[in-house]
Design a protein around this ligand. Structure first.
Ligand SMILES: Nc1nc2c(ncn2[C@@H]2O[C@H](COP(=O)(O)OP(=O)(O)OP(=O)(O)O)[C@@H](O)[C@H]2O)c(=O)[nH]1
Ligand SMILES: [Mg+2]
Length: 281
C-alpha cells in the first residue's frame, strides 16, 4: 500500500523499512511532522493481514487495531485503481471501530497509465463510505503530500505539541538501524525466509571518526541461515554493504557494520521472544 513510504516522505527521513514484501512493518512507529503551532503525529501501523493465523500475525493485527482508539483521524491508504477484498475487510473494521474522521489516500497515482481511471475509482469508493476526504497521492514521488497534510491538520486539536519541534520519531537510532538492515534483507530474500527473521543491534560504539555497529539477524532454522548467509557469504555481504551505505547517510558519519546470522528456533511462536525483538504486543 505504501504506508511506510508515505510516513518517511512526510517526515522527510527514513524511519520505517519499506519493501515490496507484505507485512514489512512490524512495529507501531510514530512519525512527527511539526508545522508551526501544530504537530501531526503519524502512527504507522503494521499492515493488517487478513490471512495470517500465526501468533506473530495476530500480534501485528492487534497492534494495528489498538491504534484506532486514540487517534484524531485515520488515514486509510489504498492503491490507485485497485480495491481488493483485504481493503474491504479493513474498511469494515474501521467502520465497526467507529472511526469518525476517516481520510482516504489513494496512493501510487504515479503508476496509473491512464489518469482518467482515477475519477471513476474515486466515485466507486465514495459509494462505499462517506469518507471525510479523499486525496490522491504518491508517497514515493511526493505527489500531493502538502494538500494531504493540510487535510489532516484540519482534524487536529489546535496548537498542541507533544514532542520537541526537531523530533522526527519516537524510535531510537538503534531501531532505525535495524529497520535499514531488515529492509535490505527483505528486498533480497524469497518468500519463505523474511517472516522468520528479526534484527537486533548487539553493540554500538562511537569513536571520534567511526561508528561501529554489530547486529544479529535471527532466523528460525539452519536452512534459513544458509540462505541469509548465501553462497560464500555473498548474500550477507551484499546486505551489509547496502545497509552500511544507507546508515552512513543517516548518521552522517563513517560506519563499520558487522552482521551475524544466528538461529533461534521457533521464535515466532513465542511471545517473549517477540517482545525481546522490540515488537509491541
Ligand atoms: N509506484 C509507487 N510505488 C510506491 C509508492 N509508495 C510506495 N511504493 C512501493 O510500494 C512498496 C510497499 O511500500 P511500503 O511503504 O513498504 O508499504 P506498507 O504499506 O508500509 O507495507 P507493510 O508495512 O508491509 O504493510 C514498496 O516497494 C514501495 O517502494 C508510490 O507512491 N508509487
Ligand atoms: Mg509498512
Amino acid at each position: 500500500m505504501g504506508k511506510s513510504t508515505l510516513l518517511n516522505a512526510l517526515v522527510g527521513e527514513k524511519i520505517a523499512a519499506t519493501t515490496r514484501k507484505p507485512q514489512t512493518t512490524r512495529h507501531r512507529i510514530l512519525g512527527i511532522v511539526t508545522r508551526g503551532a501544530d504537530q501531526l503525529i503519524l502512527v504507522d501501523t503494521p499492515g493488517i493481514d487478513t490471512r495470517s493465523e500465526k501468533l506473530l500475525g495476530r500480534v501485528l493485527n492487534q497492534a494495528a487495531q489498538a491504534v484506532f482508539a486514540d487517534t484524531d483521524a485515520v488515514l486509510f491508504v489504498v492503491e490507485a485503481d485497485r480495491w481488493e477484498s483485504g481493503d474491504a475487510q479493513i474498511l469494515e473494521m474501521l467502520k465497526q471501530a467507529g472511526v469518525k474522521k476517516l481520510v482516504l489516500a489513494i496512493n501510487k497515482v504515479d503508476r496509473l497509465e491512464r489518469k482518467e481511471a482515477l475519477l471513476p475509482f474515486i466515485e466507486r469508493l465514495q459509494g462505499l463510505h462517506a469518507f471525510s476526504d479523499i486525496v490522491p497521492i504518491s508517497g514515493l514521488r511526493g505527489v500531493n503530500l502538502e494538500p494531504l497534510v493540510d487535510v489532516l491538520q484540519g482534524f487536529l486539536p489546535e496548537g498542541v505539541h507533544l514532542f520537541p519541534e526537531d523530533e522526527l520519531t519516537d524510535r531510537s537510532q538503534r531501531f532505525r538501524v535495524t529497520e535499514v538492515i531488515r529492509e535490505e534483507l527483505l528486498e533480497r530474500l524469497g518468500q519463505e525466509v523474511p517472516y522468520a527473521t528479526a534484527v537486533e543491534v548487539e553493540s554500538w560504539k562511537d569513536t571520534p571518526t567511526v561508528t561501529h555497529i554489530d547486529a544479529v539477524i535471527w532466523v528460525e532454522r539452519d536452512s534459513q541461515k544458509a540462505i541469509v548467509v548465501g553462497k560464500g557469504g555473498r548474500m550477507i555481504k551484499s546486505v551489509g554493504t547496502a545497509a552500511r551505505h544507507t546508515l552512513e547517510q543517516m548518521l552522517e558519519r563513517k560506519v563499520m557494520l558487522r552482521l551475524w546470522v544466528k538461529v533461534r528456533e521457533g521464535w515466532q511462536a513465542d511471545v517473549d521472544s517477540i517482545r525481546r525483538m522490540g515488537i509491541d504486543t
